[in-house]
Design a protein around this ligand. Sequence first.
Ligand SMILES: Cc1cc2nc3c(=O)[nH]c(=O)nc-3n(C[C@H](O)[C@H](O)[C@H](O)COP(=O)(O)OP(=O)(O)OC[C@H]3O[C@@H](n4cnc5c(N)ncnc54)[C@H](O)[C@@H]3O)c2cc1C
Length: 273
Amino acid sequence: MKKVVILGAGFAGLHIFYTLRHQIGEKIEITIVNPLEHSLLKPSLPDVALDGLEVSHTHIPIRRSIEAKGGRLIENEAVQIDADKQAVYLKNGDTLSYDTLFIAMGAVKDYDAIEGFGEYGYSVCDDVQAQRLWKRLQNFEGGDIVTGSAKSVFGTRVDAPKLSAPCEGPIGEVMFLADHYLKHEKHLLPEDYRINIFSPASEFFEDVGPQPHKVVGKYMEESQMKLHTAKVLQKIEKEYVVFEDGTKLPCDLAVIIPPYKAPPGHRRFRSGR
Ligand SMILES: Cc1cc2nc3c(=O)[nH]c(=O)nc-3n(C[C@H](O)[C@H](O)[C@H](O)COP(=O)(O)OP(=O)(O)OC[C@H]3O[C@@H](n4cnc5c(N)ncnc54)[C@H](O)[C@@H]3O)c2cc1C
């Protein structure tokens, strides 16, 4: 029986698994490798960070459903691939051989690439950061919120749209949810806080086109949110967010989407065939 190995059980890995099962049935053996027995439902992270949703709601158990479809889940991490030997080496020392390999390990959120993030930055991009932001928001008693995406550099091998920001959808969620929470749950007054949004692109929401911005623009105006485009984040300081053009915005709470980068060892993973 042909062996398929899928590295990663996020949206991509699970989609590959179910598509193969649906189209080819049980004529192939499929193994999924993922560090945890659950998949992280990232679209729900803003609800954890800004509305206090229990983080467990973002952890989708996967073992039972994979096994029910005749697949195998190995709770571990791939550390190296030898394409010539058609083998994947796992962190626990095991080796998996394959006929076909799918690499679906997602992107790493590179918080460390932003100077000052560790001390002053917050995010919604993973379950640890989301819980950290929820704690901070509960203690926020007014001031300046700055939210936006850092600039990402994308590879050139894939013919994909050239974007400045990795993904600005969550920024929309951050600004709306934070505004709602501060207004309706904390009962702050409009003069108590300001929400500034920045984008490294010349257009906010460039990944989905201008329409969403048009739609939310009215709400942003009503809520006195200010948009700053073509702003590339340089660093986060105690009281400011600083941009590469030398400008800065006053900031008491910075909520940032960091740059995306390939998983560690990805170059090694790409080597060979
Ligand atoms: C806050 C937020 C909100 C979002 N909201 C939406 C939304 O509303 N709608 C939408 O369509 N998209 C949304 N997205 C984007 C969406 O979540 C991503 O596009 C999607 O998760 C990418 O799926 P993926 O499978 O490529 O990667 P991932 O989801 O990152 O999955 C990769 C998997 O690979 C595993 N892995 C990593 N390294 C290894 C290794 N060495 N060995 C084995 N496994 C490994 C990881 O643990 C993970 O389980 C959002 C993203 C964020 C951050």
